[in-house]
Design a protein around this ligand. Sequence first.
Ligand code: 0A1
Ligand code: ZN
Length: 869
Amino acid sequence: MSLSRGDGFVHLADYRAPAWRVLHAGLVFELDPAATTVESVLSLEPDPARPGQPVTLDGEGLELLAIELDGRALGGDGYAYDGHQLTILDPGRACELRTRVRIHPDANTRLEGLYQSGRLLLTQCEAQGFRRITFMADRPDVMPRWRITLRAARDAFPVLLANGNPVSSRGLGDGRHEAVWENPHPTPAYLFAIAAGELGRVTKTLRTAEGREVELNVWAEPGDVERCRYALGAVDRSLRWDERRFGRGYDLDVFNVVAAQDFTMGAMENKGLNIFNARYILADEATATDADFLAIESVVAHEYLHNWSGNRVTLRDWFQLSLKEGLTVFRDTEFSSDLHSRALKRIEVVRLLRGRQFAEDAGALAHPVRPDRYKEISNFYTLTIYEKGAEIIRVLHTLVGEDTFRAGMDRYFADNDGKAATLEDFLAAHAAASGRDLAQFARWYAQAGTPELAIRADFDAASGDYTLTIDQHTPATPGQPEKQPLLIPLRFALYDADGGEITTPPEADAVVREGMAELTAARHVLRWRGLRGRPLPAFNHGFAAPVKLQVDYSVDELARLARLERDAFNRWDLLQRLATDALLGAAHAEAATQTLSDVLADLLEDTSADPAFVAECLALPDFDTLAEQVDEVDVEALVGRREELLDRLAEDQVERLQSRYEALADVAAGGLDGPEMSARALRNACLSWLTRLDPQAALAEAQFAAANTMTARLAALRCLLHFQAPGAEAALAAFQQQFRHDPLVTDKWIALVATRPHPEALADVEALMASNWWKATNPNRVRALLGSFARSNPLGFHRRDGAGYRLVATQVASLDAINPQVAARLLGAFESWRRWTAPHRGPAREALAALEGKLGSPDGRDLLERLLG
Ligand code: 0A1
Ligand code: ZN
């Protein structure tokens, strides 16, 4: 795709199929951190429909050593290379292009292409990193088959891994050795991977449902191998689950996973060779929290599941990104829901949506799930593409039901296997399987912004007529002033005075079935006739529609609902609503607080409820979720009110908190079974509430001293640090010392320091940046310190004097020269700046304006332009 309009954007409408295809890629790497040479032989074939086109290949900053076409060296008049693109005059026939280039992994701080992490050599190619390794049509609709030869010094690089199946290995006689890999599946360059170095592994062999024997390996630097066992189990569970739930098998003889300490994103689904940020692989109870274990399992599943949704069926172009990402998030979420608590998983996802994705969809960086233009594709790996994309798939699932959804998926995989697909292909498969017209549904992909449903209820006591008027509206977003109505499945229930459900279907101008209305227009009216009394309505069970609801409830109604709703998610949701009313100044704020306290009391006394669920109910809506619901964000006021409410609730519940804390001690002591993790979740929630009432933080100190899991230890340390307990410094010093050689655990205490809820946390962040703990080249460290500060420390980041903004903006400028993607993500913390109150808005604008002209990368410049635009 070229920037043909000269406006700096790549446009979806400009898509053209490639004039040349690459049928086969044979690569030989002479690996060396300082200077690696890559010899490449590409079999090229012209598209007969488009004769006369030159061969154009991407190649970013490559040192070209040799170039031959069909065995003949090309002279300067036979090709042109401008540092970005290699052009060869139309050879007029299928041909073979041989090139040799030199690259420098040890100087690659962007961590894109081939780079060094510790003593390992690794690749990251999505989205457009392959072109930094050698020449290629670096676009997902070009899918060669691959043969990859790796050569390196045996002592420094004893293990040599690449995509596909191992073919052969041999010594080369001079202290070097060679391994050959073959990937028989047509695979785009963004899924290319190699990993080389001193790696150890845990391994297991299994037989797939189709009878293929597969070796599963999880690799890490030798000292970390024992901490790979949990991830290996997660690979196994993912493989089995995809067989069962989607009928998808694994298609190579080996599946390799490698953990790397330096990795920009979470992990990468390269064909047969997933490469991971070590934080999503390495775990044992002494160094990883329960949340880490669950995150590891879900990221491992995500990458594994990409083997079908992304690799076997790949993308035609990057505009289709959510076709693999939204779908794979949907699939990994189902995996976690099937294996653990569905309600808890839903709560986790909805928190992320409401807290972060809704803000993205309402801020300066809002974009459709399928954008129609972009400047820098790296900036589109967003919550909208991933999480909203997954919600849209969930909407489809809700509309058609599991069986029809599965039939649509089978069809999608069958029709598109080995191909580069579009969202239209996906929708066509589901339309065929369900017999539905999905044209209006497709608007979910085209329109940015979170839809809002305003629901008004009217009851005529004389006639018993009850009407629900439902208005749908999606706010304007950058570049999209007008929106069309979406197809929204709205679940509803009506309860009568005795708490029974009214099952009579309403008269409606929408399709209504089994408690669900399919909203398609800007307004719908549902009408029930002759009811005996005013019913109590409930909506959007399970958050089946990713929308904002405006429904007026009295506190009594909310209290009744909180007791009526059987489903755990819905009960949690009602408590969130009560807390929001208490916090955001509803007329009945005090009554809402009291009701919330009463319901929490019942919950804390209910020993039959899952303790982890009770813990979720104790966790009030976070700052981001609240900020998203007000027109103008007054940071200090919002944080202050939230703290006050927590103090008040903690005082109300103190005895119950103490008794649950004590009673759960034994179960919480260790182990990774559900009840054990649940017990720790509730204990730690209780600990936090109790610590806010005790300036000495005695309980937290005791828990810190006695802890034998990282979950307990870290929760105690957080309480000590965040409530500024007298023992905080000593505990922090002990923790630092104990784990000083473990970068992942070090990131944990650094994040706690960076999120201390106090404006003075800024000084601590600055001190850490001046210390040996700071490593600007390590994305995890940058995220732990600056990412946590900017995203999760409202009082620090939003200091009135603007020092928080200045610190982050200044760091964005220097990180931009090191790793543009890390810098751009950090800059995203300003996405909502226009909604901050004036005393914050001014300094935020100044900090952003000061960045103009200081960002060298397209990533940073694109983001800054949109933030200020
Ligand atoms: N596809 C990977 C994540 C990923 C995305 C972008 C990257 O570079 C721009 C790297 C990795 C996943 O979804 O897990
Ligand atoms: Zn993904």
